[in-house]
Design a protein around this ligand. Structure first.
Ligand code: NDP
Length: 478
């Protein structure tokens, strides 16, 4: 029997769907799961794809079933289980075999694993996979980090299973060691901001305009035909229009306003802060999730403080305001993506990856959770202006910012006056306003720091006098 082209360990939600996708695209695959019963069950359910699948119940049998150099995808619970699985696998592997961690790893773990294998003859790929269960089964977006030689060994298989946008596969080798997992992390950070901004706009429509879930769903459906066309807007519309089988009410109204998080949003923010890159919209989204989880505290605070008690949302022309909401969401989105790409650009320099920005935008156009028409526009913008300091100063996006930031300002102002929380949208607006202002206010910060800590300051006239005469009695204007 011909050997398998690739192996996969971990037949959970993601691994089993990825394995079926690999098999369906004509690649023979060996599979193994810690609990052998799951392997048997998976094989039984594989139907016509069984011919392409080699189910294995021992690691030894599994390794022997794969053509060397063996690429082995590990798609299991992230963290320590991956280290444990790698240790169990190592004794059976040979020179040039490739262990591929396809889970949601912290890129720092990926760098550590990559380095640890340096002198072993084995190689390591950290691979970000986005698109959830459906993407894994029918075409995910795949972000690969590792040695270029290792990538060459898996390129054909991964290209065959990746999502396609206009026939272009949504998979790319992005650089060595942690590059793939870092880009996946920032993808998720942007996803947090995108989702939060959609939720904030939903909140304005629900609590400001008193619209029903179904009515809001219809607004989202309309937006999905325009510039906001994206998977997240599409599913948000569907969510809003879906009834609860138990009560018949819109299901969204029956769902608790508490959202969990697994870490990639937080990692995005930590890495942004470590590099001194502002990612305020992503930070606001992560903080909003944390606040959401404090349900009991929020309810108690509402009893103590009451709602802001300001005026109801003041809107003279409802249709025009809804159009403003659409533009505001687009502007906010631009801010979040600009920040995410700025973080990747800084990381590329910090870790020596040479991350290709147009390629990253390209492989996010389909397959992943943030897939959208908008990413095609980002691809074009970065292709036309590869050295731009920030997405918002590329010719295409500076025009879009100028077209939409007025609406963002009106929406944020109206929401703030009505006491409706819009932390991510307001952060994007604050980012635009700070980033575009040549003369800011940090002269005051410099002066304060020099005053209390003798930190010195830079002068606008270049004169060689870097400390203030604090306490000398010199008085301005006297
Ligand atoms: P599941 O919970 O469905 O499956 C977990 C798998 O991990 C099972 O095969 C389980 O084996 C295995 N496992 C757990 N602990 C160990 C261990 N110590 N040693 C060996 N195997 C172990 O997880 P998912 O498929 O959802 O997620 C897998 C990875 O993919 C995670 O890193 C996740 O973050 C990532 N991911 C998930 C996405 C999603 O939408 N679900 C999207 C993108 C990435 P057993 O059957 O023996 O318990």
């Amino acid at each position: 029997m011909a050997q398998a082209e690739i192996g996969l360990i971990g037949l959970g939600v993601m691994g089993s769907n990825l394995a079926l996708n690999i098999a369906e695209k004509g690649n023979k695959i060996a599979v193994f799961n810690r609990t052998a019963e799951r392997t048997r069950e998976f094989y039984e359910e594989a139907g016509s794809l069984k011919d392409q699948i080699v189910p294995c119940e021992t690691i030894e049998e599994f390794v022997a079933a794969i053509r060397p150099p063996r690429p082995i995808i590990i798609m299991i619970k992230a963290g320590d289980p991956v280290d444990q699985q790698m240790e169990l696998l190592k004794p059976f592997l040979e020179k040039n075999d490739i262990m591929i961690d396809a889970g949601n790893a912290n890129f720092r773990d990926t760098m550590r694993r990559f380095d640890a294998l340096k002198d072993s003859g084995l190689t390591f790929i950290g691979m970000g996979v986005s698109g959830g269960e459906e993407g894994a089964r029918h075409g995910p977006s795949i972000m690969v980090g590792g040695k270029e030689d290792s990538w060459k060994r898996v390129e054909k298989v991964l290209t065959s299973i990746a999502a396609k946008y206009n026939d272009e596969p949504c998979v790319a080798w992005l650089g060595e060691n942690g590059a793939g997992h870092f880009v996946k992390t920032i993808h998720n950070g942007i996803e947090y901001a995108d989702m939060q901004m959609i939720a904030e706009i939903y909140g304005i429509l629900r609590d400001g305009l008193n619209m029903s879930a179904t009515e809001i769903g219809k607004v989202f459906d309309t937006w999905n035909k325009g510039r906001l066309n994206s998977y997240l807007i599409e599913i948000s519309g569907t969510v809003l229009e879906t009834a609860d089988p138990l009560t018949g009410k819109p299901i969204v109204d029956m769902i608790l306003d508490k959202a969990g998080q697994k870490g990639t949003g937080k990692w995005s923010v930590i890495e942004a802060q470590n590099m001194g890159v502002p990612a305020t919209a992503i930070e606001a989204a992560v903080a909003a999730r944390s606040l959401s989880s404090m349900k009991d505290e929020r309810e108690a605070a509402e009893k103590t403080l009451g709602l802001p008690g300001l005026s109801a949302l003041s809107v003279s022309d409802r249709d025009a305001f809804i159009k403003d909401l659409e533009s505001a969401l687009l502007a906010g989105k631009i801010g979040a993506y600009a920040q995410g790409f700025a973080v990747m650009s800084a990381a590329s320099k910090e870790f020596g990856w040479n991350l290709p920005m147009p390629t990253i935008a390209k492989i996010w156009r389909a397959g992943c959770i943030i897939r959208s028409q908008f990413l095609d526009e980002i691809t074009s913008a970065f292709t036309a202006a590869p050295d731009a300091a920030n997405l918002i100063v590329t010719p295409a996006f500076s025009t879009m910012v100028k077209e939409t930031d007025g609406a963002l300002r009106r929406v944020v102002s109206a929401a703030v006056l009505a006491g409706l929380p819009v932390p991510a949208l307001a952060s994007a607006l604050g980012y635009f306003d700070s980033y575009r202002r040549g003369r800011g206010t940090a002269n005051m910060i410099q002066a304060q720091r020099d005053f209390f800590g003798a930190h010195g300051f830079d002068r606008i006239d270049g004169a060689d006098n870097h400390h203030g005469p604090w306490g000398s009695g010199l008085v301005a204007g006297a």
